[in-house]
Design a protein around this ligand. Structure first.
Ligand code: HEC
Ligand code: HEC
Ligand code: HEC
Ligand code: HEC
Ligand code: HEC
Ligand code: HEC
Ligand code: HEC
Ligand code: HEC
Ligand code: HEC
Ligand code: HEC
Ligand code: HEC
Length: 427
C-alpha cells in the first residue's frame, strides 16, 4: 500500500517537473504558462508554441511593433472565427514558428500558405485574373485570399458577419473595384463597377431589400476562378453570358434560346445580341423603366440600322423619339426574347399573327389596319410604290417652290439696292 502511494507521488512530481521545464524552456519572456498537456506523451517532442505564448505579445488588438506596425490580434475575434472555433493554433498558419523556442522571433516571417489545408480553393484561385496579375507583377494590388476572407476573423459564407456573406460581397469586391486608386493602378478598364452596380435592380435588391437570391458580383463572376471577359472560359465571356443570367432567369433564357438571336448566339455568331447588350451588365433596370425602353430601341437600331430608320419615319417612331413610350417600340411588335423572322409562323409579325399583335394596343384593328407597313421605306419603289411616288412628288414640289422663289429673290436683289440708294440720296 505504502509503496503504491510513494510511486504515485513520485510520478506526479515527475510529470509536474517536466511540465514546468517544458513551459519555461522555450521562452524567456514574461507570459502565462500554457495549459498542462493532458497526457505525458506530449512531453517527448518539443511542444509547439501555444496560442497563449503568441498572444502574450500579440493579444492586445492595438499592439504595435517598434516600427509602428500593427501586430495586434483580437483574441475574441479569433476565437469566433471558423479557424479559432476549430482550435487551430497560430502556428498551424504561421508554420515557420512551429519549432520556435526563442522569442522574440525574427521580424520577417513567411507569408501564410492556405494551400496546406485548402488545396482545391487555391488551385481554383491560381487560374484567376487576380492570381495571374500577382504572378506577373510583385507590386500588383489584385485580390488574394485575405482580401476577400480576412486574416484572423475568417467566417463561413453563411455567417452574416462574413466578408463573403452574399449581402456583404458587393462591399468586399467594392473595396477595390470602387476605389479610384486601385482601378488606376490595376489598369481596370471598365472603371468603377461598384457605383454602377449599386443603382441596378440587382444592387438595390441586395442592399435595400436584403434579397439573398439577387445577383451579386460572384453570382456572375464566380469567386475564385474570376477571369477577364476576353477569356473564353470566363463566365462573362460574350457567348457565355446567357448561361450566367439564365442560371436564375431560367424562363427567359428558354425563350431566348428559342428565338432567332439565341439560336445565332448558340451557333457562335458574335453579331447576335446577348442579355448584356440590351440590359447592360451592371446597370440593369426594371424592364418597365421608360428611359431604358427608349434606349433599347436605339440598341436594336445599332444592328438593324435600316429598320430603325424606317421605324423613325412612322408615327410610332416619331412619338418614341420625343421620349414617350406609350406607342409601339420594336419589342412591342417583335417580342423581346422569342423573336423570329417574319416567315416563321411563330413570329408575332407573321401574316397569321400580325392582327393580334396590333390589337394589343389598337383593339379595333382588322386585316386592313394591319396592312399598314411599320417599316415603310420611301426610297424602296418595289416595297412601297405609293409612298415612293408620293415622296418623290413632294420632293420635286419642294424643290420647285424653293427654286422659283429663290430665283425671284435673287433677281429682286439689285433692284432693291438701287431703290435704297435712290432713297438715301433723296434724304
Ligand atoms: C516576445 C514577443 C513576441 C512573441 C511571444 C511572439 N511575437 Fe510575433 N512579433 C513580435 C514583434 C515585436 C513583431 C514585430 C516585428 C517587427 O515588425 O519588427 C512580431 C511580428 C509577428 C508577425 C508578423 C511578421 C511579418 O513578417 O510581418 C507574425 C505573423 C507573428 N509575429 C506571429 C507570431 C506568432 C504566431 C507567435 C507565437 C508562436 C508570435 N508571433 C510570438 C513579438 C512577439
Ligand atoms: C487561418 C490562418 C491563421 C491563423 C490560425 C493565424 N493567423 Fe496570423 N495571419 C494570417 C494571415 C493570412 C496573415 C496576413 C499576413 C500573411 O499573409 O502572411 C496573418 C498575420 C498575422 C500577424 C501580422 C499582423 C497582421 O495582422 O497582419 C500577426 C502578428 C499574426 N498573424 C499573429 C497571429 C497569432 C498570434 C495567431 C494565433 C492567435 C494567428 N496569427 C493565427 C493567418 C493566420
Ligand atoms: C475575389 C475574392 C476571393 C478570393 C481572392 C478568394 N476567395 Fe475564397 N471565397 C470567396 C467567396 C465569395 C466565397 C463564398 C462563395 C463560394 O463558395 O464560392 C469563398 C469561399 C471559400 C471557401 C469556403 C468554400 C465553402 O465551401 O464554403 C474557402 C475554404 C475559401 N474560399 C478559401 C480561399 C482561399 C484559400 C483563397 C486563396 C487562395 C481564397 N479563398 C481566395 C471569395 C474569394
Ligand atoms: C491548418 C489548416 C488550415 C489552414 C492553414 C487554413 N485553414 Fe481555413 N479552414 C481549415 C479548416 C479545418 C476549416 C473548417 C473545415 C472546412 O470547412 O473546410 C477551415 C475553414 C475555412 C473557411 C470557411 C469554410 C466554410 O465552410 O465556409 C474559409 C473561408 C477558410 N478556411 C479560409 C482560409 C484561408 C483564406 C486561409 C489562409 C489565410 C486558411 N483558411 C488557412 C483549416 C485551415
Ligand atoms: C484587393 C483588391 C481587389 C479585390 C478585393 C477584388 N479585386 Fe478584382 N481585380 C483587382 C485588380 C487590381 C484587378 C486587375 C488585375 C489585372 O488585370 O492586372 C482585378 C481584376 C478583376 C477582373 C478582371 C477585369 C480586369 O480589368 O482585369 C474581374 C472580373 C474582377 N477583378 C472581379 C472581382 C470580383 C467579382 C471581386 C469580389 C469577389 C473582386 N474582383 C475583388 C483587385 C481586386
Ligand atoms: C448580373 C451579372 C453581373 C453582376 C451582378 C456583376 N457583374 Fe461584372 N460583369 C458582368 C458581365 C456580363 C461583364 C462583361 C460584359 C461587359 O460589361 O462587357 C462584366 C464585367 C466586369 C468587369 C470587367 C471585366 C473585364 O474583363 O474587363 C469587372 C471588373 C466586373 N464586371 C466586376 C464586377 C463587380 C466588382 C461586381 C459587383 C459589384 C460585378 N461585376 C457584378 C456581369 C455581372
Ligand atoms: C434584343 C434585346 C434583348 C435581349 C438580347 C435580352 N433581352 Fe431581356 N428584355 C428585353 C426587352 C425589350 C424587355 C422588355 C419586355 C417587355 O416589357 O415586353 C426585356 C425584359 C426582360 C426581363 C423582365 C421580364 C419581362 O419579360 O418583362 C428580364 C428578367 C430579362 N429581360 C432578362 C433577360 C435575359 C436573362 C436575357 C438573356 C438570356 C435577355 N433578357 C436578353 C430585351 C432583351
Ligand atoms: C443570382 C441570380 C440572378 C442572376 C445570375 C441574374 N439575375 Fe436578374 N434578377 C434576379 C432577381 C432575384 C431579380 C428581382 C429583383 C427585384 O425584383 O428586386 C432580378 C431582376 C432582373 C431584371 C428586372 C426584372 C423586371 O421585373 O423588370 C432584369 C432585367 C434582370 N434581372 C436581368 C438580368 C440579366 C441580364 C442578368 C445577367 C447579366 C441577370 N439578371 C442575372 C436574379 C438574378
Ligand atoms: C448585337 C446586334 C443585334 C441587336 C442589338 C439586335 N439584333 Fe436582331 N438580329 C441580329 C442578327 C445578327 C440577326 C440574324 C440572326 C440569324 O438569323 O443568324 C438578327 C435577327 C433579327 C430578326 C429576324 C430577321 C430575319 O431576317 O430573320 C428580327 C425580327 C430582329 N433581329 C429583331 C430585333 C429586335 C426587335 C431587336 C431589339 C429588341 C434586335 N433585333 C436587336 C442582331 C441584333
Ligand atoms: C408597329 C409594329 C412594328 C414596330 C414598332 C417595329 N416593327 Fe419591325 N416589323 C414589323 C412587321 C409587321 C414586319 C414585317 C414587315 C415586312 O417586312 O414585310 C417587320 C419586319 C422587321 C424585320 C425583318 C424581319 C424579317 O423576317 O425580314 C426586322 C429585322 C425588324 N422588323 C426590326 C425592327 C426593329 C429593329 C424595330 C425598332 C427600331 C422594329 N422592327 C419596329 C412590325 C414592327
Ligand atoms: C404598344 C402598343 C402599340 C402596338 C403594339 C401598336 N401600336 Fe400603333 N399606335 C399606338 C398608339 C398609342 C398610337 C397613338 C394613336 C392612338 O392613340 O391611337 C398608335 C398609332 C398608330 C398609327 C397612327 C395613328 C392612327 O391611329 O392612325 C398607326 C397607323 C398605327 N399605330 C399602326 C399600328 C399597326 C399596324 C400595328 C401592328 C403592326 C400597331 N400600330 C401596333 C400603340 C401601339
Amino acid at each position: 500500500m505504502r509503496i503504491k502511494h510513494w510511486l504515485a507521488f513520485f510520478s506526479v512530481l515527475f510529470v509536474a517537473t517536466l511540465t514546468f521545464v517544458a513551459a519555461k524552456g522555450p521562452t524567456n519572456i514574461p507570459m502565462k504558462a500554457p495549459p498542462a498537456p493532458s497526457r505525458p506523451a506530449v512531453v517527448k517532442a518539443p511542444p509547439e508554441p501555444a496560442n497563449d505564448d503568441c498572444l502574450a505579445c500579440h493579444g492586445d488588438p492595438d499592439a504595435k511593433s517598434d516600427t509602428g506596425r500593427r501586430i495586434g490580434v483580437d483574441p475574441a475575434k479569433f476565437t469566433e472565427s471558423v479557424h479559432g472555433a476549430l482550435d487551430l493554433k497560430c502556428v498551424d498558419c504561421h508554420a515557420d514558428l512551429k519549432k520556435t523556442t526563442d522569442f522574440p522571433h525574427p521580424s520577417k516571417l513567411a507569408k501564410v500558405n492556405c494551400a496546406g489545408c485548402h488545396q482545391e480553393k487555391v488551385a481554383e484561385y491560381d487560374r484567376s485574373i487576380h492570381a495571374a496579375a500577382r504572378r506577373q507583377s510583385a507590386g500588383s494590388v489584385a485580390a488574394t485570399c485575405v482580401d476577400c476572407h480576412g486574416t484572423h476573423d475568417i467566417r463561413q459564407k453563411t455567417d452574416p458577419k462574413s466578408l463573403t456573406y452574399p449581402l456583404n460581397l458587393p462591399a468586399t469586391c467594392g473595396r477595390c473595384h470602387g476605389d479610384p486608386d486601385v482601378i488606376k493602378q490595376g489598369h481596370i478598364q471598365i472603371g468603377n463597377v461598384s457605383d454602377l452596380y449599386k443603382d441596378s435592380i440587382h444592387g438595390k435588391a441586395v442592399s435595400k431589400s436584403g434579397l439573398m437570391v439577387a445577383a451579386n458580383c460572384t453570382s456572375c463572376h464566380g469567386s475564385h476562378d474570376i477571369r477577364k471577359k476576353s477569356d473564353p472560359d470566363s463566365r462573362v465571356f460574350r457567348r457565355n453570358i446567357p448561361n450566367v443570367c439564365g442560371s436564375c432567369h431560367e424562363g427567359i433564357k428558354a425563350q431566348y434560346d428559342n428565338g432567332v438571336h439565341g439560336i445565332a448566339n448558340g451557333r457562335g455568331n458574335d453579331k447576335a445580341p446577348v442579355c448584356a447588350d440590351c440590359h447592360t451588365a451592371h446597370q440593369i433596370q426594371r424592364a418597365d423603366v421608360a428611359s431604358w425602353r427608349l434606349d433599347t430601341i436605339r440598341e436594336c437600331g445599332t444592328c438593324h440600322a435600316d429598320k430603325i430608320t424606317t421605324y423613325r419615319d412612322t408615327f410610332h417612331g416619331q412619338v418614341t423619339s420625343l421620349g414617350f413610350v406609350r406607342v409601339a417600340a420594336c419589342s412591342d411588335c417583335h417580342g423581346a426574347h422569342d423573336i423570329h423572322g417574319k416567315a416563321d409562323p411563330r413570329s408575332t409579325v407573321a401574316p397569321g399573327n400580325i392582327v393580334s399583335t396590333c390589337r394589343k394596343c389598337h383593339p379595333t384593328a382588322g386585316e386592313n389596319f394591319a396592312k399598314y407597313d411599320p417599316h415603310a421605306d420611301k426610297h424602296d419603289k418595289a416595297r412601297n410604290p405609293v409612298l415612293f411616288y408620293a415622296a418623290g412628288f413632294m420632293k420635286w414640289l419642294l424643290l420647285g417652290v424653293f427654286g422659283v422663289f429663290g430665283l425671284h429673290a435673287v433677281l429682286w436683289l439689285p433692284r432693291g439696292f438701287r431703290e435704297r440708294r435712290g432713297q438715301a440720296k433723296h434724304s
